[in-house]
Ligand binder design. Structure first.
Ligand code: FMN
Length: 359
């Protein structure tokens, strides 16, 4: 059987961009006649489920996701200028079972030869470095992506700032605002900023710096006005709880929703112990899929508790290891307003349909 894939790891990023998605079911699984029972950031949505930033780099991909009934989908993160992809390969399966705990992350992960067929065992590393063909290309395509949303469906545009030579910290922070403004100008109704990419050595994971997160959110919100802003963050370890609380307090005036988590970072090696992904700065790489659901769930619980305790109004997007309806429901119970998947939906195009059957 030919595998249906939103994003095919056996092909380069450029090939996926130009030719994907691959072998998807063309049937329309939406039923716009049903009145939406759910809302997200004030938008009526058919279901509180969709696809997070990553596997959908063009409007062909987002349109395929909408048709398959993913109701809140994110266009893969873009930049204010051109930026190359990390070298191929960009996705590899890793040999691990059970939760990828903070302790387990201290030891390297060995890549597998084959992808497991049981999605409960599917954990992968992904390492792209947030490639972008620049705003003139993606703004035009975003317009097409927005047109693909049916009744009760919502497209979120994800952007990130770019460090360029000679930039000051403020100029870098402002570049998030520049990219977000470009997204707004192209018609984006909701904008997400990626503060948690672990795969660009020069930019680093910015969500652990109070000043950076605060400045970026303030500048971005000033640039996009009343368009809702989402921040995508990584995992904060229990000893980082105070840091998380400080950041949430400082950004709460600007942020409509917090999406959590991105990936957990670990060392990825071949069987002989050498670096698996080619190139500088790629020994450590983001890990996602089944093994990280514990971390996403933990973050959602903590963000929900904080929201109740302090009276914040942000909505919570639970991301990480949603491979089946079971994890979707766990995230909802933990307090997620919206749940999204990347890895699970990449290998099971029917995940939205399966989840909706349990609503
Ligand atoms: C192929 C792939 C590409 C990704 N690209 C992005 C990205 O461009 N921006 C982003 O914020 N997160 C990106 N991510 C991270 C996902 O949005 C998500 O946070 C992470 O994969 C955990 O969810 P999962 O376990 O369902 O995959 C990517 C993930 C994958 C698998």
């Amino acid at each position: 059987m030919t595998e249906a894939l939103f994003y095919d790891p056996a092909r380069t990023f450029e090939d996926n961009y130009a030719n994907g998605p691959f072998n998807m079911d063309q049937k329309d699984y939406r039923d716009g006649s049903i009145k939406s029972q759910f809302t997200f950031l004030g938008f009526p949505v058919q279901s509180p489920f969709g696809i997070a930033a990553g596997s959908l780099p063009t409007s062909r991909h987002t349109n395929a996701a909408f048709t398959l009934g993913y109701d809140v989908v994110v266009y893969k993160t873009q930049r204010s200028g051109e930026f190359p992809s990390n070298p191929f390969p960009n996705v590899l399966p890793i040999d691990v079972t059970g939760d990828i705990t903070l302790d387990r992350l201290k030891k390297p992960f060995v890549v597998r030869k084959e992808y497991p067929t049981d999605l409960k065992e599917l954990s992968i590393t992904n390492s792209f470095g947030v490639p972008s063909y620049g705003p003139t290309v993606w703004q035009d395509d975003l317009t097409k992506a927005l047109q693909g949303a049916g009744t009760g469906q919502l497209l979120i545009m994800s952007v990130v700032g770019t460090i360029r030579e000679g930039m000051t910290a403020t100029e870098y922070y402002n570049d998030f605002a520049v990219a977000a403004r470009e997204a707004k100008d192209a018609g984006a109704q909701v904008i997400e900023i990626n503060l948690s990419c672990p795969n660009v050595a020069s930019e680093g994971v910015i969500c652990y710096s109070v000043d950076a997160v605060y400045e970026i959110c303030k500048l971005t919100k000033e640039a996009i006005g009343d368009t809702p802003l989402i921040i995508k963050v990584g995992y904060y370890a229990p000893e980082q709880q105070e840091l998380l609380e400080t950041i949430v307090e400082k950004v709460s005036p600007y942020v409509g929703a917090i999406s959590s988590i991105n990936t957990l970072a670990g060392e990825i090696v071949k069987e002989d112990g050498t670096q698996a992904l080619p190139g500088k700065g790629r020994l450590r790489s983001g890990i996602c899929g089944a093994g990280i659901s514990w971390a996403g769930l933990d973050m959602v619980q903590r963000l929900d508790a904080l929201r109740t305790q302090k009276g914040y109004t942000y909505e919570i997007i639970g991301v990480g290891g949603v491979m089946s309806p079971a994890e979707f429901h766990e995230y909802r119970k933990a307090g997620a307003n919206l749940v999204q998947s990347v890895t699970g939906a990449m290998w099971n195009q029917y995940l939205a349909r399966d989840i909706k059957a349990t609503l």
